[in-house]
Design a protein around this ligand. Structure first.
Ligand code: ATP
Ligand code: MG
Length: 288
């Protein structure tokens, strides 16, 4: 199983969008969980109009007792389309207050029996808000940044300490626009591996934020970039993933057909949506 964490240093370069696109582009024969660990709070529940009944808040409470990897699924929901998601906390105070829960949560996620894509949000000083524990478990850490001079300067400032956290695992920086400094210039200046730039694709990004709908989302530049990003990961051998119902992904009949967008009515989410404010955009299906 593989854990990928996406972070930013400053601004809002598109970490949540990228994490959602990457999880949605995950190989259909592997189970994946999208985790909203941004210490500044999760955005997916408000974007999708989901009132969170579980999520990191209840998982953090559970982690004060014993936390088994399987029990993580009791706190997850799904985006319309079926992508499993662990919704985030609401704000940075909650993240700091729950900091003690993170070693147990990070360890449970690492042993989940499924791959994990983490939106670790904007880094806090000293990798606070639980992020240090997640970085310690990630196989790949990707830092998203705009390829501008000022962003590169901010990135350079944090890179040494970030590399010390990531150690022998994979650290990659990902420009969030194809214009600006080139991968060669960035890689040469920072001595770090530079991933393919996330394309500027406002329509697909808006669709992933549930602000509009886009036909054939998987064919957009953003989703094709995400699929390339996933292909570039050296995924560990597929686990015999246990679903919440105890079936393996294969038993569930997940194969290529699972790539077709599917609408599900995940337990709790339909009820949650009934009490939540209506989403701003047309409901977008984010499946795998
Ligand atoms: N590739 C992209 N092309 C165009 N617009 C994008 C792209 N990625 C993200 N956006 C837009 O940029 C805004 C910020 O994106 P997003 O919420 O993913 O950033 P973030 O880094 O997670 O921010 P924060 O740290 O505030 O959570 C959103 O309006 C989103 O739709
Ligand atoms: Mg975000």
């Amino acid at each position: 199983m593989t854990v990928v964490a996406l972070v930013s240093v400053k601004g809002s370069p598109g970490v949540t969008t990228a994490a959602t696109a990457i999880a949605a582009s995950w190989p259909a024969d592997r189970k994946v969980l999208l985790v909203e660990a941004d210490p500044f709070g999760g955005d997916l529940a408000p974007r999708y109009g989901s009132a969170v009944t579980g999520g990191l808040a209840s998982l953090s409470a559970a982690a004060r007792r014993t936390l088994t990897p399987e029990s993580v699924w009791e706190h997850t929901g799904e985006l319309p389309g079926g992508l499993p998601v662990l919704f985030g906390l609401t704000n940075v105070n909650q993240a700091v207050a729950n900091e003690n829960a993170w070693p147990a949560i990070a360890s449970a996620l690492a042993d989940l029996g499924a791959d994990v894509v983490i939106d670790a949000g904007r880094l806090l000083p000293d990798f606070g808000g639980g992020i240090r524990h997640l970085l310690a478990r990630a196989d790949t850490v990707a830092v998203l940044f705009a390829p501008t001079l000022e962003s590169i300067v901010h990135l350079r400032d944090i890179l040494l300490s970030l590399a010390a956290e990531v150690r022998d695992r994979r650290l990659v920086v990902v420009p969030t626009a194809t214009a600006g400094y080139s991968a060669a210039e960035i890689g040469g200046t920072l001595s770090v591996s530079v991933g393919p730039a996330m394309p500027d694709d406002p329509h697909a990004a808006a669709a992933l934020a549930n602000r509009r709908s886009v036909r054939r989302l998987e064919r957009t530049r953003l989703l094709r970039w995400a699929a390339d990003f996933v292909s570039g990961l050296e995924l560990a051998p597929a686990p015999d993933a246990q679903t919440p119902s105890g079936e393996t992904a294969t038993e569930q009949g997940e194969g290529d057909a699972a790539r077709d967008r599917r609408v599900t009515d995940p337990e709790g989410l339909a009820e949650a949506q009934a009490v939540a404010p209506a989403p701003v955009g047309a409901s977008v299906e984010v499946g795998r």
